[in-house]
Design a protein around this ligand. Structure first.
Ligand code: BTN
Length: 251
């Protein structure tokens, strides 16, 4: 069996691109590429992911899904990857939660993000964790919405150790996902900050009431509820979810 390795690089464009090149050349599942700095780090929905040198963890991990999983059953792995990252941070003393689908939040701010990209060569799971940036050095445009391990813990963390823990946890989460054939929705729901909150999805307001077996978010939209008191929640499979307050009536 080929052993997956972790490649630690200096400056790259995006670790996702570096890893895809390795994947195309036959790198085994679990191969990871980490960088000190990214010049073209990217986030979900075409956003840039600021990647300054020496402060954070930027890593991409390759997952080759087993042939037993249909194409449509693969994407849900990102939920378990987010959960794995939240678990690592929690073990390191940070009270981390997942915001559906796969952001990691502390309190009302984002501490880590995941960009998963599906290719013929495998799934590239790109993970960015804010580690050692302090509040005064947080860029102005994300100061009110982002946080870091340094802010949560009041001290610096060893970025190499955080990286190693994340790689180990994500590899394990992918193996477990493959064995289960889907996301661990029960555990995910227990750690999901989105549930029980007012949400806005694509301009529509409602309440997030659950996680479906395939990992979609179940939302009871106000408009649906207004039309029928016995309305059932709708499945949201992708998209940005804005969080509002905790819903007043627990369901
Ligand atoms: C998001 O929340 O929008 C996802 C952010 C993902 C950032 C990581 S950093 C490592 C990997 N390489 C990239 O270019 N992006 C991901």
């Amino acid at each position: 069996m080929t052993t997956a390795s972790t490649h630690r690089l200096g400056e790259v464009g995006s670790t996702n691109d570096e890893l895809l090149q390795l994947a195309s050349r036959g790198a085994p599942s679990g191969t990871a590429v980490a960088a000190e700095r990214q010049t073209a780090g990217r986030g979900r929905r075409g956003r840039a992911w600021l990647s300054p040198v020496g402060q954070h963890v930027y890593v991409s991990i390759l997952w080759r899904p087993p042939a037993s999983l249909a194409t449509g059953e693969v994407a849900g792995v990102t939920l378990d990857v987010g959960l794995a990252v939240a678990d690592v941070l929690t073990r390191l003393g940070v009270d981390a939660w997942v915001k559906w689908p796969n952001d990691v939040w502390v309190g009302e701010r984002k501490i880590a993000g995941i960009l998963s990209e599906l290719h013929d060569a495998g799934v590239v799971l790109g993970i960015g964790v804010n580690v050692n940036v302090t509040a005064d050095r947080m860029p102005d445009d994300i100061r009110d919405i982002a946080t870091s391990m340094a802010i949560a813990l009041g001290r610096e963390s060893d970025r190499d150790a955080v990286l190693d823990d994340i790689v180990i946890a994500v590899r394990a989460a992918c193996d477990q996902y493959a064995a289960r054939g889907g996301p661990d929705t029960a555990r995910y729901a227990s750690r999901c900050i989105t549930l029980g909150r007012r949400v806005r999805v694509e301009g529509k307001d409602g309440e997030a009431v659950g996680i479906a077996r395939d990992g979609s978010l179940l939302v009871l939209f106000d408009a649906t509820l207004a039309a029928s008191a016995s309305a059932t929640p709708e499945r949201v499979v992708a998209g940005d979810v804005e969080l509002g307050p905790i819903a007043s009536v627990p369901r």
